[in-house]
Design a protein around this ligand. Structure first.
Ligand code: NAD
Ligand code: UDP
Length: 336
């Protein structure tokens, strides 16, 4: 297949490009490099002996998109491009709605004009808000607590409505739980611009000595050790989930959501301990107040992805912490 990958230079995108190369697909990446560098794609090229065509540009540039769709006969689009910092989205909602919602609508307009109507969209478990029970299935009520979450929910709705209006659309909304880890080579991984918001990059930056200690946000949640519980999923499992969705789309009718998670819930302290034990490196931490907006626990029922897409996560917590550390320790300054 020939696939356009928006945001393909980023964290999940670059691992997915690698996975698609290995499966024999041809990839064109469109990325404005607002949160990434082409070095990731260079390294994917080295690892797979195959280079993705790279176009530097913005998904909101409709003329550019129309040109790209005219020049290439794509079978499908995997759409990662977007902004993802929850705190920033609260401060700059306009940026998030423009980039994530408007950008996705421009992309879908260009797709429809070109007759390319197979789309895999990066959604998030954040669309479940604070779930009433666990594990979470795809039919749970949807809600959002910040503009980032709303932007994901809105794009999901745009997709669902588009598929009702035109039965040619075949759309997979992939709701990721907590992506972590890196390719086992340690050559590509997550490279946050500023102070990491997410747990795993923070842990690995403490371990490598870039930050003094981890703040554990709350130890009084109703969980097995009081710290927040999440469903961490290895980024290579996630990348393979995109491949599975891509392969299934020709058989799918309309728009469907799939949870991509492992179904296992690990606490903050579980992750810290696993990181220390597996990598033999200390991660100093202190207990800090809860982070506003955080929920106690969140983990997936990923049965639908298994039954329909034939996909299931195979990598363990040890794989996640080991591969995170290999990437961080070999690349203490990321791609810089
Ligand atoms: P990332 O920031 O590493 O990748 C996003 C890529 O999109 C970057 O390379 C960035 O330069 C590019 N981009 C942003 N706006 C663009 C635009 N207007 N035009 C072209 N390119 C643009 O983030 P990631 O972690 O790889 O996430 C990929 C997608 O998955 C995002 O949509 C994100 O919201 C979603 N997601 C991420 C997580 C997570 O924890 N990482 C969880 C759930 C969902
Ligand atoms: N967390 C933490 N310290 C940090 C970052 C995160 O204790 O520096 C906790 C956070 O409260 C949550 C878990 O780690 O319980 C996962 O947080 P992350 O931001 O990675 O993902 P999300 O909250 O979006 O699920």
């Amino acid at each position: 297949m020939k696939v356009l990958i928006t945001g393909g230079a980023g964290y999940i995108g670059s691992h997915t490009v690698l996975c698609l190369h290995e499966a024999g697909h041809d990839v064109v990446v469109l990325d404005n490099l607002s949160n990434s560098s082409v070095e990731s794609l260079k390294r994917v090229g080295e690892l797979t002996n195959k280079c993705a065509q790279f176009i530097e540009g913005d998904i909101r540039d409709e003329q550019l998109l129309n040109r790209i769709f005219n020049e290439h006969a794509f079978d499908a689009v995997i759409h990662f491009a977007g902004l993802k910092a929850v705190g920033e989205s609260v401060a700059r909602p306009d940026l998030y709605y423009d980039n994530n919602v408007n950008g996705s609508m421009v992309l879908m307009r260009a797709m429809k004009a070109a007759g390319v109507m197979r789309l895999v969209f990066s959604s998030s478990a954040t669309v479940y808000g604070d779930p009433a029970s666990l594990p979470i299935t795809e039919d749970f009520p949807l809600s959002a607590t910040n503009p980032y979450g709303w932007s994901k929910l809105m794009v999901e709705q745009v997709c669902r409505d588009a598929a009702v209006a035109d039965e040619n659309w075949q759309i997979a909304l992939l709701r990721y739980f907590n992506p972590v880890g890196a390719h086992e080579s340690g050559r590509i991984g997550e490279d946050p611009n500023d102070i990491p918001n997410n747990l795993m990059p923070f842990i690995s930056q403490v371990a490598v000595g870039k930050r003094a200690e981890l703040s554990v946000f709350g130890d009084d949640y109703d969980t097995h050790d009081g710290t927040g519980v999440r469903d961490y999923i290895h980024v290579m499992d996630l990348a393979r989930g995109h491949l599975a969705a891509l392969n299934y789309l020709p058989k799918q009718k309309g728009c469907e959501a799939y949870n991509l998670g492992t179904g296992n819930g690990y606490s903050v302290l579980d992750m810290v301990k696993a990181f220390e034990t597996q990598n033999q490196v200390p991660v100093p931490y202190r207990i800090a107040p809860r982070r506003p907006g955080d929920i106690a626990a969140c983990y997936a029922n990923a049965g639908k992805a298994e039954q329909v897409l034939g996909w299931t996560a195979t990598m363990t917590q040890d794989d996640m912490v080991r591969d995170t550390w290999r990437w961080q320790s070999h690349n203490p300054n990321g791609y810089k």
